[in-house]
Design a protein around this ligand. Structure first.
Ligand code: NCD
Length: 316
């Protein structure tokens, strides 16, 4: 495993399984039932040039739980990039201040460019519509835990990925991680124009998985094990795409969909945030309190998994 985590491409199945095992061992520390100072003296640089709540705060909390401390900068306005500083210079400077860096940036490939200029481990916290490897790792950790509780296996599972599969970086990383496991069935449902990039569909199919596409959610999904839904990434739309775009209820995951089209043992996941504004038709709040809704167990899992991600390259 390389010391940077820029894309899930650098992870083997063994690496993922190792991180899952380390995350499980981190759980009591994440919940403060145990204390460690294993990263005492280490400093994490949190550089977020795009909106974030979960990723930024959970990396911060994870690093503090390990005994380290965090310095950060949020938004272009409050960093020297507003004065024209390059990624290269920012990277060289930050490397002198920090032992590891998490970076989020609106341009695909920018975090990899940043990582080239530094010798400290860099974690991609989301590069535009590119990838979001730590989210995919906490997602697979969540699936593993939820399946273990239900006596299910990932091999042969049926996973439904829905929403904005074109710009949703979490599903780009997740589908590649899933493809490292024994063959499963993956169904893709997205509004027209927001389909999963073809190269990812081909990659996953070439690894022996059955990948199918459905036009909308008004179909039979009664053997689905995981419904993974995502927000429409309107901020990444071109002006042409934005014009007149509205998402119909045909793509909404709600209680009626889960009761009528799915089953009572599937789980519902979402990387969050969900768009709760009227007409957004994102994951419905009527599933709040439904045991199938795993979204807040998923966010909780972000801490132990991000502890595992930070601890591993720093030689814990
Ligand atoms: C996602 C992201 O930023 O890619 N959020 C997250 O990190 N959990 C999903 C999104 O913005 O829709």
């Amino acid at each position: 495993m390389s010391s940077h985590l820029l894309s899930v491409d650098s992870l083997s199945r063994d690496d993922v399984d190792h991180l899952i095992r380390v995350a499980a061992r981190m759980e009591p520390i994440a919940q403060r039932r145990k204390v460690t100072r294993v990263l005492e003296g280490a400093v994490l640089g949190n550089l977020f040039f795009e909106a974030s709540t979960r990723t930024r705060v959970s990396f911060h909390a994870a690093f503090c739980r390990l005994g380290g401390s965090v310095c950060d900068t949020t938004g272009f306005t409050f960093s020297s990039m507003a004065k024209g500083e390059s990624l290269y210079d920012t990277s060289r400077v930050m490397s002198g201040y920090c032992d590891a860096i998490v970076m989020r940036h609106p341009e695909q490939g920018s975090v990899a460019e940043f990582a080239q200029a530094t010798n400290v481990p860099v974690i991609n916290g989301g590069d535009g519509p590119g990838e979001h490897p730590s989210q995919a790792l906490l997602d697979i950790y969540t699936i593993d835990k939820e399946f273990a509780r239900r006596g299910k296996q990932l091999a042969g599972a049926h996973i439904l990925l829905t929403g904005d599969l074109k710009f949703g970086r979490t599903v780009h990383s997740l589908i590649k991680l899933l493809s490292l496991y024994a063959p499963m069935r993956i169904t893709l449902v997205s509004p027209p124009g927001l389909e999963m990039p073809q190269h990812l569909v081909e990659l996953v199919a070439s690894r022996g998985h059955r990948v199918e596409t459905r036009e909308h959610l008004a179909a039979d999904f009664s053997d689905v094990d995981v419904v993974y839904t995502t927000r429409i990434q309107k901020e990444r739309f071109t002006a042409e795409m934005s014009e007149g775009f509205s998402l119909s209820r045909d793509y909404t995951v709600d209680k009626a969909f889960m009761d009528q089209r799915v089953n009572d043992h599937a789980i519902v996941m979402h990387p969050l945030p969900r768009d709760s504004r009227p007409d957004a038709n994102d994951l419905d709040v009527d599933l709040n309190g439904d045991p199938r809704l795993a979204i807040f167990r998923q966010t909780d899992n972000g801490i132990p998994m991000r502890m595992a991600i930070c601890a591993t390259p720093l030689q814990v």
